[in-house]
Design a protein around this ligand. Structure first.
Ligand SMILES: NC(=O)c1ccc[n+]([C@@H]2O[C@H](COP(=O)([O-])OP(=O)(O)OC[C@H]3O[C@@H](n4cnc5c(N)ncnc54)[C@H](OP(=O)(O)O)[C@@H]3O)[C@@H](O)[C@H]2O)c1
Length: 233
């Protein structure tokens, strides 16, 4: 399986108390300029950038790159920006979101036939749609399609926590880039990296620290996610 799917890197920022956003799921803006550059560099190094529908909607991101990073990719014979990939089971994605106003790279949407017809008609003018007949998306199949049909070898997953958790539970995360920002939000309803789901993960996931840098009050961590899982105590 591993060779059939791309290598998946997730990039997140968390507060010191482990939150990725506030309970109102407000757009994430609690990190420095350096962290934003770090996110762009991670995005620039991938063949595709992956995002869940809620993060796309809440943060209304274009998932593009600054001009210098676009130029660097072009010099290396790559496309200007990575392929932009959106996942949604229900498919009620608003075609007026900013991502659809930007044509820096193709947009691919993986969803199901539950996507309402009017959304399909509007979105197929702006993106390539893959709609599965199953009630919920099969992430493994989606990754195989990215590898086979789009030649994607590396995916940068930019969240959110619901998508991250579903990838993690299926053993599909290979690396985690985590920025620890110097804030605490509190709030039981504010999601952590694995969301607001009260359930434990099926098994604890072992992370191995491969890099650590500090810039100002922020800490940039890189973890390799091991395939070996320790039974949860
Ligand atoms: N701090 C950070 O680094 C960071 C990074 C990213 C996001 N965030 C924050 O996280 C919040 C959103 O978190 P979230 O967990 O609610 O959102 P999310 O993971 O971005 O989106 C959840 C939605 O994406 C779709 N989805 C997720 N996993 C799927 C799967 N396995 N198969 C098919 N569809 C799937 C579903 O869409 P449908 O409902 O359409 O079916 C689901 O409801 C936002 O406030 C955002 O700002 C923070």
């Amino acid at each position: 399986m591993k060779n059939k799917r791309p290598f998946i890197i997730a990039t997140f920022a968390i507060t010191v108390d482990g939150k990725v956003t506030t309970k109102k799921l407000a757009p994430v803006d609690f990190t420095s300029r350096e962290d934003k550059l770090h996110l762009f560099r991670q995005r620039a190094s991938a063949d595709a950038v992956l995002i869940g529908h809620t993060s796309l909607k809440r943060d209304n991101v274009r998932l593009g790159l600054p001009a210098e990073l676009q130029e660097t990719r072009l010099k290396h014979g790559q496309s200007r920006c990575p392929l932009r990939v959106i996942v949604s089971n229900e498919g009620r994605i608003d075609h007026r979101l900013k991502i659809f106003q930007s044509d820096v790279s193709p947009i691919v949407i993986f969803s199901t036939k539950r996507m309402p017809r009017k959304h399909q008609l509007a979105l197929e003018k702006k993106a390539i749609l893959h709609l599965s007949s199953s009630k919920n998306l099969d992430l493994v199949r989606m990754l195989e399609t990215l590898r086979k049909e789009y030649n994607v070898l590396t995916v940068e997953c930019e969240g959110g926590p619901t998508l991250f958790r579903s990838l993690l539970e299926r053993g599909l995360i290979d690396q985690l880039n985590l920025t620890v920002a110097p804030y605490m939000f509190g709030g039981a309803k504010a999601p952590t990296l694995t969301g607001v789901n009260k359930e434990f993960l099926p098994a604890s996931v072992q992370c191995s620290l491969s890099d650590m840098r500090t810039i100002g009050d922020e800490c940039f961590l890189t973890y390799r996610i091991s395939r070996r899982r320790r039974p949860r105590k």
